[in-house]
Design a protein around this ligand. Sequence first.
Ligand code: PPS
Length: 571
Amino acid sequence: MYDMKSNHSYSENLLVHFRRIVELKNASLEYPSIDLNKRQLCDLELLLNSAFFPLTGYLNRHDYESVLENLCLGDGTVWPIPICLDVSEKTAQSFGTGMRIALRDEEGFMLAVLTVEDVWKPDKRSEALSVFGTEDPERHPGVRFLYDGIEKWYVGGSLEGIQLPIHYDFKEMRFTPPETHLQFIQKGWRKVIGFQTEKNLHCAHKEMTLRAAREVGANIFMQPVVGLTNPWDIDHYTRVRCYQEIVKEYPPNIIMLGLIPMAMRMAGPREALWQAIIRKNYGCSHFMVADDHGDPFANSGSGQRFYPLHAAQEMVKKHEGETGIKMVRLKKMVYVEDKAQYIPEDEIEQGMKVKRISSSEMRRRLENDLDIPAWFSYPEVVRELRWAYPPRSRQGFTIFFTGLSGAGKSTIAKVLMVKFMEMRDRPVTLLDGDIVRKSLSSELGFSREHRNLNITRIAFVASEITKNGGIAICAPIAPYEESRKQARELISQYGVFIEVYVSTPLEVCEQRDRKGIYAKAKAGKIKGFTGIDDPYVSPTNQEITIDTTEMSPEEAAQGVLLYLVEQGYVK
Ligand code: PPS
């Protein structure tokens, strides 16, 4: 029956709640504030939406130390990963116990108020050893990130939420734990097995998850990570579109898809236990754990492994009683050709013909526009991947010329540009040193700092062109290794970077001196001229070297084109 009275108190409560948030938001305008980075926003969202329950704020020092030493909070509740707010020394020194700090997103939107309990400088080495099992940043990317990517001071304290971080993508799949609880109840799902993934999924994964679910008679909650994953993981837009396709391949009413904005730590067994607790908070009764769960190299295609096989499964199993969520082992499935079906890897008998395609092999096939068979993946998934990873002949790239003034960079670049225009298969832009100096970098001089800034700007424009499938031809002097390296790192995220060292010797450049600029530099009329009284540091890892002393610009451009054809970037 409709209960007027309780409905009334419910709306009153809601009103009180909203009033409190408005008051908090107004008050927080007076507080000092911090803009959180992407990783911190992931943690904050999961603290505010109760995915990190029983945590309701950042760990204080006592809880932090207890997590490292005993795998539990100070009160004995199991918790494996330290969740603290990292800040710079300067910020830390301006904070004191009881202070209220407004936490904002990268655009400045107010999200929560933190009441400071503790501020301290953690011993990162002992944190690394406890959480990751090593102090060595060379052996574990999580340790490297802890040392270099996280500030040196920690803040602990309670949180009052104003609003969850804002997302504009895939909103309909971003459920909070209370929402998933409700959905499971509405669907009549009593047993739910959580499956966290940051991988791209194919037929084997569907068979693997269905088998695990059948084993315990549960429905599946597939929860892909869309926060921070590994650098080699496929971008989350592509992955989510693929997940949307793959869930259509499951029997009806067996699976639900929801995204988790999580910053993974890749801490192996501790990571798996943490993920299990989070899944419990989302309403799952079981959690799928892979043999190499949470291993930093599990997905890298390198075949490397940091943690012992099954360590993560043992950890989750050991704590089932305290966490209240059961571990289900994910068994790797392989395709047996003579049976035309997938079976668990550990049930393979002698003589069975097994087929596999590794993630690096799949990338190779995508890059070269080769067949990806139906036994391996679904056509709709492959279509999405082909869209995100076009073959080399349709990818964007940057040709980055470097060399002395007068070495021939601009002329070769112009010939190449014309050739690409003639082919008309991709849009092409020339970012010549001279042109850039008159537009993008018109206010810059030739100090080391300004030259590096000039290259940073060129690289940014080239990276955008490359990202959008175009060809960027850059032709600055770029005399220093640091800025060339930075350009390579930035552009390589979006497409190939081809460095062409135009190595024509200084004497030849001086002799040519078409602009009379060397003569001026030698006469002291131009100061800090590259090659005369400012250094040119020769590259060491360039893809192509061209000395134009005895070569025409057409011949030089032809050399670059042949390289591109050989590598498959030009047909
Ligand atoms: S850099 O170092 O990469 O930022 O230089 P870049 O943007 O390619 O600009 C080089 C052109 O500027 C003219 N110029 C100088 N070059 C080097 N050193 C000094 N001090 C200098 N002053 C002016 C020079 O003519 C270069 O043009 P190009 O076309 O290379 O001859």
